[in-house]
Design a protein around this ligand. Structure first.
Ligand SMILES: [Zn+2]
Length: 99
């Protein structure tokens, strides 16, 4: 029986500028003062200012959610450290030696 080795899909041609624009999420904004426009610094597409503000607002909300989750984890870790410190303080000196 033959063994089939799977290969990943590879693009035959290099990515064209059109492919790059189609795949770009436009996360790297550039404000062009002359003309007051917003462009993507990665794919150089002119973006709607409303779209840019909406995207930034969405990214800000995601970042704030991430910060909130990290703060919660830090609070849990602090509480656990306090709990373990109290347990350690309650032990007699003989019990504190590592096994
Ligand atoms: Zn882009």
């Amino acid at each position: 029986m033959r063994k089939v080795i799977p290969f990943g899909r590879r693009a035959v041609a290099p990515n064209t500028p059109r492919d790059v624009k189609a795949k770009c999420a436009h996360r790297n904004l550039r404000l062009v003062e002359h003309g007051g426009i917003v462009m993507c610094a990665d794919c150089h597409v002119t973006l709607s200012p409303f779209w840019a503000l909406s995207m930034l607002s969405e990214q800000y909300a995601l970042a704030m959610g991430h910060i909130h989750r990290l703060k919660s984890r830090i609070q849990l870790a602090d509480a656990r450290i306090l709990e373990l410190s109290r347990e350690l303080d309650a032990m007699s000196p003989g019990e504190k030696k590592p096994e």
